[in-house]
Design a protein around this ligand. Structure first.
Ligand SMILES: CC(C)(COP(=O)(O)OP(=O)(O)OC[C@H]1O[C@@H](n2cnc3c(N)ncnc32)[C@H](O)[C@@H]1OP(=O)(O)O)[C@@H](O)C(=O)NCCC(=O)NCCS
Length: 249
């Protein structure tokens, strides 16, 4: 039964929530990558609801939401509109690191680390999501991630290797690369996928959880395992489902 005090307390809750969102909206108007923008985002975050509230906050301002705990230490950054940079994300420019270009509405979620160095650069197309704890190291060669790509948690991209000679410690070996990494539009990488240098993951391709990609995957291919091998094509799955539907209907 609704008592008077219950009604008052739910009314109070509603008012407090509305006030909190006013506060968030007010400060998000000033959000951005500048010092003032980052302070404004910190103020906004004080009363923001937890976790996925940052998605709504990113939509409030074309400069997007950059979590106060994110560390951005990169002199050649291009951010698109309404991006979301989550808690403790690191974007770091190492020696001779190339640009980092992040498209509109890209989400880079908590504890992801991005680095460019030694001529490597990174581009991420519009509406792509990189889920928590990603590691993207664009050294020696570039990493190009297309539009609307879904990258599950714990994925790693390394566009370089250390040399393997016996004359020096591994950490002192010159860096090598088999070439750039390309992930084409609409691809989906399952949890814990590792992508090594010199590969192209095709348009709309799917890579199974825990796979290691060492060779190209064609457009629409579904690849799994270590190393990742194509087990089927999405087109064939679609055709099979259509044939089944036609047989039944
Ligand atoms: C790749 C994937 C989509 C394929 O799903 P599916 O089409 O239903 O494939 P199936 O379950 O029919 O598997 C086909 C074969 O591949 C194997 N396989 C499937 N996924 C695998 C994987 N990640 N690693 C190794 N082998 C795998 C299956 O064991 C099966 O082998 P079998 O024929 O010898 O039994 C799915 O297995 C997967 O890995 N999903 C990722 C889930 C995830 O990370 N979610 C995060 C959300 S963002």
């Amino acid at each position: 039964m609704w008592t008077k005090s219950k009604i008052f307390s739910s009314k109070n809750k509603f008012t407090v929530n509305a006030l909190k969102w006013h506060w968030v909206r007010f400060w998000m108007r000033f959000a951005g990558l500048s010092n003032i923008g980052r302070i404004a985002t910190r103020f906004a975050s004080w009363f923001a609801p937890p976790h996925k509230a940052s998605v709504a906050m990113a939509a409030m301002n074309p400069k997007g939401y950059i979590a106060p705990s994110a560390v951005i230490s990169h002199a050649n950054l291009r951010f698109g509109a309404n991006i979301l940079i989550g808690d403790r994300v690191v974007i770091f420019q190492n020696k001779d690191g190339g640009f980092v270009e992040i498209g509109d509405r890209v989400q880079i979620l908590r504890d992801t680390t991005i680095e460019t160095g030694f001529g490597g650069s990174l581009s991420i197309g519009n509406s792509t999501s990189i889920h928590p704890r990603g590691q993207i190291n664009a050294y020696k060669s570039s990493i190009e991630i297309g539009k609307s790509v879904e990258i599950a948690p714990n994925c790693a991209f390394y566009s370089y290797d250390h040399g393997l000679g016996l004359d020096k410690n591994i950490s002192e070996q010159p860096l090598e690369s088999k070439g750039k990494i390309v992930v084409d539009d609409h691809a989906w990488l399952g949890v814990g996928v590792i992508v090594l240098s010199g590969v192209r993951i095709g348009k709309g391709a799917v890579v199974g959880a825990g796979s290691v990609v060492t060779h190209d995957i064609p457009d629409g291919g579904v690849a799994v395992g270590v190393p990742a091998r194509v087990i089927k094509m999405r087109e064939d799955i679609y055709q099979k489902n259509m044939n089944e539907k036609n047989r039944q209907g």
